[in-house]
Design a protein around this ligand. Structure first.
Ligand code: NAD
Ligand code: ZN
Length: 258
């Protein structure tokens, strides 16, 4: 991986300190170093469960027992995962008063575990199960302890409250994410390939309304040469660790921010 010149980090830190009012948009890449594989690359459990076959609402409606094999393995992976330096760095930036919120496409709860307070879960979270027939909700832990697949009192098989391909984004999350994108002055885009709609519109909405876009991803994405102002090519934990360190120094020595 190529070395990022120091002045690019300094420029990113300078923008974050001088503009403040930042929002982060995170994707599966931020949690890779916490041991949760992303879909692209098909490592880990996704080598066994192709998301195109398993993570769709059509597949769940057709054969919920089969899709529950994937859910139960996924929940086992999520339960063991701990936040990494990138999640912790975002929580620290919120405490510094630089970051106003995190919009995450992830369903792993690692931002909250790291201490972030304002987290918009764009694709839901598996802490609750929902019945697609009577819409009753249950806490996952208790229901799953009773056996898999967990059932509703009406007789239907329950679904974790995560957004599968083919399902709409919960309207509250979509509205909150869009208003954060409109309101922010800096958008940090971390570990997302920006290929999953409509989350991929968020950077463009922010850019159109004047936000400065900082992208952290070891690879280039469809955003890198179009909406991104600064690309920091590295892993989320390494880049965020360095950036937060620099933010702390920049705040101690404000002349570094210019
Ligand atoms: P994605 O489209 O967000 O792509 C992953 C991106 O992360 C890629 O661009 C890749 O280059 C980048 N990346 C890989 N390692 C990285 C690292 N160490 N640091 C920073 N960036 C890194 O994600 P996807 O896997 O295609 O998933 C699609 C959808 O499924 C998204 O909604 C995603 O959040 C969800 N998903 C969530 C989880 C989770 O909750 N942790 C895991 C898998 C998939
Ligand atoms: Zn029901």
């Amino acid at each position: 991986m190529r070395e990022i010149p120091k002045d690019v980090y300094r420029k990113a830190a300078g923008v974050l300190v001088s503009r403040g009012n930042a929002v982060a948009l995170t994707g599966a890449g931020i949690s890779v170093e916490s041991g949760i594989p992303s879909f692209r690359g098909s490592q880990g459990m996704w080598a066994k469960y192709d998301p195109a076959e398993y993570a769709t609402i059509g597949a769940f409606l057709l054969d919920p027992e089969k899709i529950w094999m994937m859910f139960s393995e996924m929940m086992g992976v999520l339960e063991k995962a701990l936040p990494n330096a990138a999640h912790l760095g975002l929580a620290e930036m919120e405490r510094m008063g630089i970051l106003r919120s995190v919009i995450t496409q992830n369903v792993d709860g690692l931002h909250q575990a790291a201490g972030s307070r304002r987290v918009i879960e764009y694709h839901g979270n598996p802490g609750e199960l929902v019945c697609l027939s009577c819409w009753k909700r249950y806490p996952s832990r208790e229901k799953i302890a009773g056996g898999i697949p967990p059932g509703c009192e009406c007789g239907e098989i329950l679904k974790p409250d995560v957004v599968l391909y083919g399902e709409p984004i919960p309207w509250g999350a979509r509205e909150d994410a869009e208003s954060e994108a409109l309101a922010c002055d800096v958008l940090l885009v971390i570990g997302t390939s920006a290929q999953v709609a409509p989350a991929c519109d968020i950077p463009r909405i922010a850019k159109e309304h004047g936000a400065f876009i900082i992208e952290i991803n070891p690879e280039e994405t469809s955003l890198t040469r179009t909406v991104t102002d600064i690309h920091l090519p590295g892993t989320a934990s390494a880049v965020m660790g360095r950036l937060v360190e620099l933010l702390e120094n920049t705040r101690k020595e404000p002349n570094l921010s210019h």
